[in-house]
Design a protein around this ligand. Structure first.
Ligand SMILES: Cc1cc2nc3c(=O)[nH]c(=O)nc-3n(C[C@H](O)[C@H](O)[C@H](O)COP(=O)(O)OP(=O)(O)OC[C@H]3O[C@@H](n4cnc5c(N)ncnc54)[C@H](O)[C@@H]3O)c2cc1C
Length: 436
């Protein structure tokens, strides 16, 4: 016997909320009980994370974007029901790391790293302080960085994400370290996945829209959700104790479900906790450069296929985070686009950063680099890692007070694999909650 909920109101039409809505709408027990599913979004568009950005008159994804497979197989199962066949294409996944101009493959062991960079690293293997940044004092972490070359470079680049290194250490470790530092028995599914990739048990690949743009899928998905009898209400925020009237039906007994970052919930209903949670903020700025296609291809020929992305640690350009190579315009020009994401303190990148990037790119790709334009896309927040622990309890209490169930508590942007996994877990929790 279910709890007599007439409606499931899901707040937040990002990828996680959409996948949750579609799973609930397909559940036969929910259909048989005539429970309505509504997806309520405060903005006038669904899927904000998939919005594209226009730079130099051309549309691009809002940063490098790819569905990492097979890690995202749960997401893929749900997503395939919302998009036409062949909307996604398979792309070989080759992630590189560039450290002061030295290129290595992500997940390669120490033996394949340039000797200059790995100085002092061997002594650090299994260094417990590296893993537990939350419990380590800022100065301890900073001092230990001085004992190895990679650490010194991270120290300089750490300012890109946060004022204090302890608040962004998880964005450097283990991603910018050799395979020996990936832990197969890690708790996080992403770290486990990376570890299996670096041990050669899994060959990863990406799925990307065949047009190159994720935003091209949004309208199709919206239409498909409506066909599945999911009512989409846009321009409406969650308000406690208020009923939403849609299609002339007043929902007397809805179950309110929060399907967005809990930072958004704090931001609306407990501003003080929101402010207290934020450690620092930066702007994400995307810049577009070009290079002759043949030059880029001759560089790429050193590898088995065109690298998908290069994660950067350059002490001359600390704000430069990632390079990728959007391909959708390659057939209309003899030049290829190079796409760079920066995390900046100011509102945009400086002329110095542009000049240094051109120099850096021309050395890597051995060709003439032209700068086209840049766009500041959004703010990125780093959170106080210590506050996150106590904030979870606060959010549980706040959700209870507001009368909204929060099946998955998370704080910032989550990747698409996690959206799939957590939508599935939340679906199970909600079925239990409504006694089905
Ligand atoms: C630049 C960028 C690059 C990315 N790259 C990758 C990648 O390479 N690989 C990958 O797997 N993932 C990537 N992602 C993440 C991915 O594309 C999705 O955007 C993300 O997973 C969506 O998560 P979400 O549903 O939690 O959040 P969001 O997309 O933020 O959705 C939350 C929704 O809740 C709504 N909302 C907030 N408050 C309220 C309220 N009070 N009432 C109603 N609605 C509310 C918001 O408006 C929003 O629509 C990237 C994201 C970005 C932004």
């Amino acid at each position: 016997m279910h709890n007599n909920y007439s409606t499931l109101d899901i707040y937040g039409a990002g990828l996680y909320g959409i996948l949750l809505a579609q799973k609930l709408a397909c559940e036969s027990k929910i259909k048989e009980s005539n429970i309505r599913i509504r997806l309520i979004e405060k903005n006038d568009k669904i899927l904000p994370g998939w919005e594209s950005v226009t730079i130099n008159g051309l549309k691009f994804n809002n940063g490098f974007h790819g569905i990492e497979m097979p890690r995202s197989h749960i997401l893929y199962e749900s997503l395939s029901q919302l998009i036409p066949k062949n909307s996604l294409e398979k792309i070989d996944n080759l992630r590189l790391i560039s450290i002061n101009g030295n290129i290595v493959k992500s997940g390669h062991p120490l033996s394949k790293w340039p000797t200059d960079i790995i100085q002092g690293l061997k002594n650090l293997d299994k260094e417990p302080r590296l893993e537990k940044s939350i419990d380590v004092k800022e100065e301890q972490l900073f001092n230990s960085l001085e004992s190895y070359t990679l650490g010194k470079i991270i120290k300089i680049c750490s300012d890109r994400f946060s004022d204090k290194l302890t608040d962004s250490w998880h964005l450097f470790y283990p991603w910018f370290f050799p395979a020996e530092f990936y832990k197969a028995n890690a708790y996080d599914e992403g770290t486990k996945f990376r570890s299996k990739v670096s041990e050669g048990y899994i060959k990863p690949y990406y799925l990307q829209p065949s047009t190159g743009l994720f935003s091209d899928l949004s309208l199709v998905i919206e239409k498909r959700l409506c066909e599945k009898n999911i009512e989409i209400i846009k321009g409406r925020s969650f308000e406690p104790n208020s009923y939403i009237e849609a299609n002339d039906v007043k929902s007397e007994n809805p179950l309110n479900i929060w399907a967005s970052s809990s930072a958004n919930l704090f931001n609306t209903f407990d501003k003080e906790s929101a402010i207290n949670l934020i450690a620092s903020s930066r702007q994400i700025c995307i810049a577009l450069y070009t290079i002759n296609q043949e030059k880029l291809n001759s560089w790429a020929n050193k590898f088995d296929y065109l690298p998908t992305e290069i994660l950067c640690l350059e002490d001359s350009i600390p704000t430069m985070n990632r390079i990728s190579f959007p391909k959708q315009y390659n057939n209309i020009s003899k030049n290829s686009y190079i796409f760079i994401e920066y995390f900046t303190r100011g509102n945009s990148i400086t002329q110095d950063e542009i000049d240094s990037t051109k120099l850096y790119l021309s050395k890597i790709f051995n060709g003439v680099i032209e700068y086209k334009d840049c766009k500041t896309t959004r703010k990125a927040f780093s959170l106080k890692q210590k506050e996150i622990r106590s904030s979870k309890r606060k959010i549980e209490l706040l959700s209870k007070k507001l009368g909204i169930t929060n099946p998955y508590i998370y704080w910032g942007p989550i990747n698409m694999a996690k959206c799939g996994i957590e939508a599935h877990n939340s679906f199970e929790k909600i079925l239990k909650h409504i006694n089905m």
